[in-house]
Design a protein. Structure first.
Length: 94
């Protein structure tokens, strides 16, 4: 069971990284204020992902039994990034 949660947490972190990469590519194709907005958001997402990676590693080391809590926090972060990305992409399309 513990390994299932570890795998899920690592999958979520991986997914976050992939979504950030997509935003980076979108920012390259944008222009003007939209590009600046995307670059600022990507910077924030990278910082959050880095923090989550560090928290995950620290938690993994210190608390072998609390994977469900980690999964909940990582899932929330993934949803936040997904919502922000959707908002930015919708803004770009308009």
């Amino acid at each position: 069971m513990k390994n299932d949660h570890q795998g899920e947490a690592e999958r979520i972190l991986n997914e976050l990284g992939q979504k950030i990469d997509v935003l980076i590519e979108e920012a390259k194709n944008a222009t003007g204020a939209l590009r600046d907005d995307l670059e600022e958001k990507v910077k924030g997402f990278k910082e959050k992902k880095w923090k989550l990676d560090n928290e995950y590693q620290e938690f993994k080391t210190q608390n072998e039994g609390k994977w469900e809590e980690v999964k909940i926090h990582l899932s929330g972060a993934a949803m936040e990034i997904e919502k922000a990305a959707s908002a930015v992409f919708n803004k770009k399309d308009n």
